[in-house]
Design a protein around this ligand. Structure first.
Ligand code: PHE
Length: 342
């Protein structure tokens, strides 16, 4: 009966060497060895005929054969499934998906949208204009004729040494264009990108964003301006204490700078309000009669107010951002912090 033992050992080698390229081949192999009428069962049936002193070796050989065959079937099945999955156009459709990264709005967009939202609730519409401007709309029409010393307040980028074509230094230029094409009553805000030839630092950049507002009607007074500003600061910051400091802008008379009372509770490093509790957020004033005249609006009939603010400055305040350059670096670690805001 040594023959039976040799046969079992031969079969083990055969099983080990087996390979398959299709699932059907694997199934045929399984039936051949492990099926009801398969090789293994046949050999087990021979067990009783094996001489006693060989029984132990034969039994061990059968067990090895069984385990080897079972492992082989498992191994080949897995290999074929993997290969099929990689070949398939979509792979395994039941596989868990890659997590989808949710994007977020840029903080400048978030703040701009909020400002637009606050003003649109009191009837302001949004107007836009070109970033490349002519001298008239950016300066001259706004009561800043050539050689006016206040032109130095806004260092300007000129296009190709042509002093008439420039990158707008504020979006007041859009208000000028709006007045040319619309009749009072006018209620508009102009958000947009502006350019100034300034050194880049933590507080200033040569490209930044503004929202400027313009209101023109009969009998518009400084009181209307103040009330609008108060409404804005309440809605935007939840603060209801503001003060107006006299200031100078060529296109408004009188002019003022608006401070809001931020308080000292959040003053951790004296950077925000420098220990005063007050913080400057924008410029404003009553539209100068010369500006109205330049837009063919009769200053004897109409009056108006205007205001302008930097979006970056407001965003830095709201989110406690210490350096203006962070807005333009597009570092995802910075940007993804705004996922759940506004
Ligand atoms: N245009 C001014 C600036 O860019 C802001 C401003 C607008 C001031 C309207 C008063 C009135 O600094």
């Amino acid at each position: 009966m040594l023959k039976m033992l040799d046969k079992a050992k031969e079969l083990i080698e055969e099983v080990k060497a087996f390979n398959a390229t299709t699932k059907d081949e694997v199934e045929a192999f399984r039936i051949k060895y492990l099926g009801k009428k398969g090789v293994l069962n046949e050999l087990f049936a021979e067990f009783k005929n094996v001489e006693n002193h060989l029984k132990k070796d034969f039994g061990q050989a059968l067990n090895t054969l069984k385990n080897t065959a079972e492992n082989k079937v498992k191994e080949l099945k897995e290999a074929l499934e993997n290969a099929q999955e990689q070949k398939g156009m979509y792979g395994d459709l039941t596989r868990p998906a890659e997590p989808i990264e949710l994007g977020s709005r840029h903080p400048i967009s978030l703040v701009r949208n909020k400002i637009i939202d606050v003003f649109s609730r009191i009837g302001f519409t949004v107007s836009e204009g070109p970033e490349i401007e002519d001298d008239w709309h950016n300066f001259t029409a706004l009561n800043l004729p050539e050689y006016h010393p206040a032109r130095d307040m806004q260092d300007t980028f000129f296009i190709e040494k042509n002093p008439d074509i420039l990158l707008r230094t504020h979006t007041s230029s859009v208000q000028m264009r709006y007045m040319e094409t619309h009749k009072p009553p006018i209620r508009t805000i102009s958000p947009g990108r502006v350019f100034r030839n300034e050194d880049i630092s933590a507080r200033a950049h040569c490209i930044f964003h503004q929202v400027e507002g313009l209101y023109i009607d009969t009998d518009v007074s400084f009181a209307d301006l103040k009330q609008t500003l108060l409404y804005f600061t309440k809605e935007m910051f939840g603060k209801s204490k503001i003060r107006l400091r006299p200031s100078y802008f060529p296109f408004t008379e009188p002019s003022a700078e608006v401070d809001i009372y931020w308080g000292l509770e959040t003053e951790t490093d004296y950077r925000i309000t420098k220990g005063t509790g007050w913080l400057e957020i924008m410029g404003c004033g009553m539209v100068d009669p010369n500006v109205l005249r330049n837009a063919n609006i009769d200053p004897e009939v109409y009056s108006g107010y205007a205001f302008g603010m930097g979006i970056e400055r407001i965003a830095m305040l709201l989110y406690q951002i210490p350096d203006i350059r962070m807005f333009y670096e597009n570092d995802v670690r910075f940007l993804e912090q705004f996922k759940s805001v506004l």
